[in-house]
Design a binder for this molecule. Structure first.
Ligand SMILES: [Fe+2]
Length: 267
């Protein structure tokens, strides 16, 4: 397969989401209204664009897995979803998120995923950066441990991500994503980049700058992979208040994750 390249794709993405759809304006407003800069703590989420955090205990994960296996939708009840968010945004993660956004934040969308080793790979299993606002954080909270060679999220480093952005691979149409970039690297005479996957226990989250670090899902080989995904965006209001005002988080899959923000909702 020929790899499609469009060097304008990342600029077009920014123009669409951050400028035309209004996400950039919301972030600017959020930064202006931010008052907790004394609590910011910088770390790998800023520098390496990826960081691991402990969120749930093994017992909590076992209970989530039991309910998912029983066919229960653990995000069906809004009050319970907000209680789960209380556990997710612990003080350590909060300090890092406000440092990254330089503002308050809101859980925009949530999703539970159970994936079996027999699953057919799709576009998430190919190298990509997430479309949508440039300033977004995705948390993938593992409710089951990663495997030595699977059931994980695999990352490139910031340098190679920027290289592939400049080359025009990233933000191409979803159908044009590939799971192996070796032919492209060979074509340019470059050594292949290192693929980084973090060892994860049940309850650990990989938290990353989804639009700015290239990644792909790796399917499990041994047992099911259970995750809770939370997409986080900057917000002028602290997250509990923002959830009330904006009816967040929504369930990813029920609607498009990102849309044009209506003019009357823009700052
Ligand atoms: Fe992604």
């Amino acid at each position: 397969m020929t790899i499609q390249l469009n060097p304008l794709a990342s600029t077009e993405q920014k123009n669409l989401c951050d400028t035309k759809w209004g996400y950039g304006r919301v972030h600017q407003d959020a930064r202006k209204k931010f008052t907790r800069s004394a609590s910011m703590v910088f770390g790998d989420l800023n520098n390496e664009r990826v960081e691991k955090f402990k969120i749930f205990t093994e017992d909590e994960c076992a209970e989530f897995r039991r309910r998912i296996d029983a066919g229960e939708d653990i995000l069906a009840d809004r009050d319970e979803t907000l209680k789960i968010m209380e556990r997710v945004f612990n003080p350590e993660l909060d300090a890092r998120l406000i440092a990254f956004f330089n503002s308050e934040y809101v859980p925009e969308g949530v999703q539970v995923e159970k994936v079996l080793p027999t699953e057919t790979p799709h576009h998430s299993d190919c190298w990509h950066c997430d479309g949508g606002p440039n300033k977004q954080v995705v948390m993938i909270i593992y409710l089951s441990p990663s495997e030595a060679d699977g059931a994980n999220t695999v990352f490139a480093d910031p340098t190679n991500t920027e290289y592939l952005k400049a080359l025009g691979y990233l933000f191409c149409p979803i159908e044009a994503r590939v799971d192996d970039l070796t032919p492209l690297y060979d074509h340019y005479g470059l050594a292949p980049f290192e693929e980084n996957a973090i060892d994860l226990a049940a309850g650990d989250a990989v938290v990353f700058q989804a639009a700015n670090i290239m990644h792909k899902r790796s399917l499990p080989k041994i047992g099911p992979r259970y995750v809770l995904v939370v997409c986080v965006l900057p917000s002028p209001l602290p997250w509990r208040e923002a959830c009330e005002v904006k009816a967040r988080p929504f369930k990813i899959g029920d609607q498009d994750t990102f849309n044009q923000i209506p003019e009357d909702q823009l700052p």
